[in-house]
Design a protein around this ligand. Structure first.
Ligand code: TYD
Length: 196
């Protein structure tokens, strides 16, 4: 069976992790081998990014964008490609569209972000779980709200706008994430089963 590379995108608190887990369980029950993985990773570069997100390290935004792109290249080589070669479905929480949406919201030109991600393998299928920033913000556990990117509601609003524009351009399926968990998951299963 051929592997499939599926990216799941959305602003912080949109429900990516919950829906990736539910999707994985469902796919496994249908006999597919599945891995859930995410970016930033826990690899060499990803660990530097996580220090930046925690505010332990301060870098220019362009350097952050390059780190996200470098982390992604390592992720593809170490995790994504081997899993695809083994015929697995790869559910990736965040991918190139995260960089396009977040780093452009922080002031970088989208064309440049695109060019530094030129070597990233194209997903077979992408889903954007769309929720307004206020809804997502209210869902985030207060203990998680300290991350630099999660702190700023205005930034999240810009990220959401960027995501919607990018999703249309890149052909991601946009799923309305404000509905009940079961409704959102049912739509995601429908979309995914159409491409498996
Ligand atoms: P996130 O998946 O939300 O991590 P966690 O599981 O810890 O909540 O990602 C952390 C932050 O990194 C998030 O606010 C979005 C940001 N990010 C970018 O700005 N650019 C990127 O390319 C990626 C992958 C993430």
């Amino acid at each position: 069976m051929k592997g499939k590379f599926i990216s799941i995108e959305g602003i912080d608190g949109c429900g990516k992790s919950t829906h990736a887990k539910l999707l994985a369980r469902w796919l496994r029950s249908r006999g597919r081998k599945v891995i859930i993985t995410d970016e930033p990773t826990n690899g060499t570069v990803g660990r530097i990014i996580k220090r930046v997100l925690k505010g332990e390290l301060k870098l220019p935004i362009a350097a952050e964008a390059l780190l996200f792109a470098a982390d992604r290249i390592q992720h593809i080589a170490d995790v994504i490609e081997p899993a695809l070669k083994a015929g697995k479905v790869v559910l990736n929480e965040r991918y190139v569209c995260s960089s396009l949406a977040y780093q452009s919201a922080r002031g970088l030109p989208v064309g440049w972000i695109s060019s530094i991600n030129k070597y990233a393998l194209k997903p077979d299928f992408g889903i954007l779980i769309d929720v307004p920033a206020e809804v997502a913000f209210a869902r985030i556990e207060p203990s998680r709200r300290l991350d630099e990117f999660e702190r700023n509601l205005r930034l999240q609003k810009r990220v959401r706008r960027n995501y919607l524009r990018i999703a249309r351009r890149e052909g991601l399926k946009i799923v309305d994430g404000t509905r009940s968990r079961d409704e959102v998951q049912a739509e995601m299963r429908r979309l995914v089963s159409a491409v498996l």
